[in-house]
Design a protein around this ligand. Structure first.
Ligand code: SF4
Length: 355
């Protein structure tokens, strides 16, 4: 019998599942913190639960983490894990340690249907959505790893970004269930301003539904020009820049967040001229926003190259001069293909190592 993972279970789920095997609501209430606060990986460790329940639970349910097929460490300390789910499908997730925070980048789909031209994941076809339990499993995986990462300046996860493989808003139901668990003060207790969901430009009702969580929104914009954007990101044919900016303004209103972040990959000779910067400044003027400039990280087979640092600085100066809050985001983990747009979700087997 296939055991059901409890990694994505909330109170109502657990009560329903427990009732089916003759356990009570009180049993569910006592087990829930073991899953989402103490984050144990075995029912045996639930020491205040009666022995017979600890024996019964593993007959039906599992707290198993996905198999780590490969763990790589970048020269800057960034870690990338290739995780495999019981059906054999694989995704990548990234841990980015910093002096002030530890950030985890999460995937929401196996493969991706969006086909952004600059993205390595976009070359893979879409396979399937991750379940809530599979999204949460990435958080559990990194929480389990923390005690082994001795060099960290603080031993906890502080920030989560949904910027890994897949388009989060095309898996909105499972994403929202995971957000409930992550934000719940009696469960994972992440702060709402420490969670960011990034979209390639899905300006649907799901985006506005997400506003109820009050989390940060990042939009992959990459150019202020509709024709260029449609070339780079086919989704622009459905939701053009105007539609996207209207949706961003509406999200700001509904979510009461301070600003929306626009991600802008600097691609040499494509979107990095002074004219591109001026067009972007004009487009974003009056919107509560921040622009993250990211110098494109090349990957094998990519036809694009990243802008020079000098070009990036000139682009930055132009935006700042026009009053647009802008930074050049430090790229992390590019030597292990863990940086933005480099995740692929398939690799040769290398035994996990953290040294
Ligand atoms: S950038 Fe994001 S949305 Fe676009 S193809 Fe890559 S993973 Fe998909």
């Amino acid at each position: 019998m296939k055991k059901e993972s409890l990694l994505g279970a909330d109170s109502a789920d657990l009560e329903r599942k427990f009732a089916q095997i003759g356990l009570t609501k009180l049993d569910a209430k006592r087990v829930l913190p073991w899953i989402h606060v103490k984050c144990v990986s075995s029912f045996d460790l639930m020491t205040d639960m009666p022995h017979k329940i600890r024996l019964l639970l593993p007959e039906y349910f599992s707290l198993e983490r996905p198999l780590c097929r490969n763990l790589q460490k970048s020269s800057d300390g960034t870690l990338k894990a290739l995780l495999e789910f019981p059906d054999g499908h694989q995704i990548e997730t990234v841990f980015i340690p910093d002096e002030k925070r530890n950030t985890v980048c999460l995937s929401t789909q196996v493969g991706c249907a969006m086909g952004c031209k600059f993205c390595n994941t976009g070359r893979q076809s879409f396979v399937r959505n991750l379940s809530c339990a599979e999204i949460m499993a990435q958080v559990f995986f990194w929480k389990d790893m923390l005690p082994m990462l001795k060099e960290l300046s603080h031993p906890h996860l502080s920030n989560l970004v949904f910027m890994g493989m897949g388009e989060p808003l095309l898996n909105a139901e499972n994403l929202f269930q995971a957000l409930e668990l992550l934000l719940d003060t009696k469960k994972h207790n992440f702060s709402r301003n420490k969670i960011t969901v990034s979209t390639s430009g899905i300006a649907t009702n799901d985006l506005q539904q997400m506003a109820k969580f009050g989390i940060k929104l990042a939009i992959s914009l990459h150019t202020a020009n509709d024709a260029k954007r449609s070339e780079l990101m086919p989704i622009n044919g459905k939701y053009n820049i105007d539609a996207l900016l209207n949706a961003a303004q509406e999200y700001l209103k509904r979510s009461n967040t301070e600003h929306v972040t626009f991600e802008y990959l600097l691609l040499a000779g494509i979107n990095d001229s002074d004219a591109d910067a001026r067009q972007l400044a004009k487009l974003l003027s009056g919107i509560r926003c921040k622009v993250n400039l990211i110098i494109f990280n090349s990957w094998s087979g990519s036809t694009f190259s990243g802008s020079s640092r000098m070009r990036a600085d000139a682009f930055l100066s132009l935006l700042l001069a026009k009053g647009i809050r802008t930074v050049i985001r430090k790229s992390r983990g590019s030597d292990i293909s863990a940086a933005c747009g480099q995740l692929k979700g398939a690799g040769e087997f290398i035994a996990p190592r953290i040294s």
